[in-house]
Ligand binder design. Sequence first.
Ligand SMILES: C[S@@+](CC[C@H](N)C(=O)[O-])C[C@H]1O[C@@H](n2cnc3c(N)ncnc32)[C@H](O)[C@@H]1O
Ligand SMILES: [Zn+2]
Length: 279
Amino acid sequence: MVDTKWERIVEVLRCVRCDAEEVRLCGKGVQCGRCGVVFPIEDDVLDVRGDAGDRAVTRAQRWFESALGSRGYAWARRTLSYAITGRSFDGEVEALLAHLPIPSHALVVDIACGPGNFTTAYARRNPETLFVGLDLSTAMLRCARAEAERSDLENVAWIAGDAQNLPFRRSSLLAVSSVGGFHMLPDLSKALSEIARTTKPGAAVAGGAFARIRSRLAPLQSALATPAGLNPIDFDALGHTLCELGFEDYGSDGRRPVFQYFWAKKCDPRPWSAQRKTN
Ligand SMILES: C[S@@+](CC[C@H](N)C(=O)[O-])C[C@H]1O[C@@H](n2cnc3c(N)ncnc32)[C@H](O)[C@@H]1O
Ligand SMILES: [Zn+2]
């Protein structure tokens, strides 16, 4: 499975350095046929981050790159998120999957996957589908890999990369998830453009993030978030941007105002009969 897994993944990869689609598996990882750069695969994690760019820049990103930050997060996530979202972890997964149809035998990407909690939960429920968790932090991906191994999951793979410069080809993905990552990005609009670029017509996108508070507590939220480099999301603006980028059926909700979920579908201009054949 390991080899065939990377063979499948390489079919949808592009070079993040020169944008070429001629990339292939080589002894050490994945090599670009145009600029020649080799992106290593080590311990089953493909690393497409460069030395200079595509690295942690904010305090929060650097915290998640540390062993303490990643392990602490993996350990505390369920309890913290229950307190923040009012949902159990399984409840979150089911709520997201209600808006994220997972095509069988497809390749689905979980952006900012962290310790792979959602990636592995999706993979357990959909053994025929290959799930790729992408995160900036290799410390997080180590936790993700360990969890996949403990659960004997073979339909998952991990990429160390940047949500703002996705290593996937244009129109290559049918479903994308991203929970807990959007508020961490210095340039969310870039990441949204990347999701729009890489998704096929009819593709589903769903996720969740910290929401910008509109109440009297707004100054407190920005006093806490700004120094860490966190940008809580304006979910109305997110809907507008996704609409401008060619998505429709946008929705968002959450039991508590501080953390919200969202979903949308990439517009599919093709006739219904053609949509049925390829999706
Ligand atoms: C709060 S964790 C969310 C993990 C998981 N998806 C969850 O909901 O529990 C946020 C993750 O975003 C990742 N992250 C931050 N900036 C990123 C970027 N530019 N590209 C990819 N991942 C990023 C961090 O490394 C961290 O693992
Ligand atoms: Zn290249």
